[in-house]
Design a protein around this ligand. Sequence first.
Ligand SMILES: [Zn+2]
Length: 270
Amino acid sequence: MQGSTLTRLVYVGGYGRSGSTLLEYLLAASADVVACGEVVLAAKRKDIPRCSCGQTRETCSFWSRLLTPERPPGSWTHEGLMLALLDDCRDRFAVLVDSSKTARGSFLTPFAFRRRLGDDFKLIHLVREPHGVCWSRRSGKRVSDVENSPRRFARYVRTVAGWLAANMACEAFGQRYPNQYMRVRYEDLASAPEETLRTIFERLHLGPAPRLDNLKASGNRHQLFGNRVRLHAPGPSEIRHDARWRNEMAAPDRMLISALSWPLRRRYGY
Ligand SMILES: [Zn+2]
């Protein structure tokens, strides 16, 4: 799979709850890019939710070409489905985005995909402040319920351990292949989306950066998995940096997360 006329893969690595659905959504403001959500889940899960284009996977013009009754979801490997997607996208899209990330089970995926695709593979390492990640994982629970739960400290430890591992996996790739790697902070993306996108398109040679007034008109988003941003399609003025943890998280909770995540947090300027 080498050559400039083929579809290139941009893989979004990092930990969950870091804004990958938003990043994909913004990248797909370019008509040359197709956003596919977490391809690893489309390959391995049998319960497939509605696509971000509004269709089911049986009626979606993108997924129904591959996830057929003969090859249903759950019967693919991640790499097998990704290669089939790239082949299916040739002549239609210059760039395919897979935001399967680098959490447990996917630490080495960027290395494996790079071995298959060579220079046609790029990794965007998406990072978010660990306090924001932990707070986002409270899954709609009320602030008072979180504060009264004695189990929350164990949950923070697990989350920060996962955050460290997922980010270290991307760091290792960046050390080995610096020209195919770029680190992006969720906070910069959400606060200055147009400027951050411009930097990404330039740095990874993805073609001209899109203007965000094209956002909603785009018909190239087929995210089966991801957070609710994928179904809502916010306009440019609705994109905001979610930093509610700064006001809502208790001091002992913050201190624990700060202490656990200290070395990498400093590296990322948090
Ligand atoms: Zn679709």
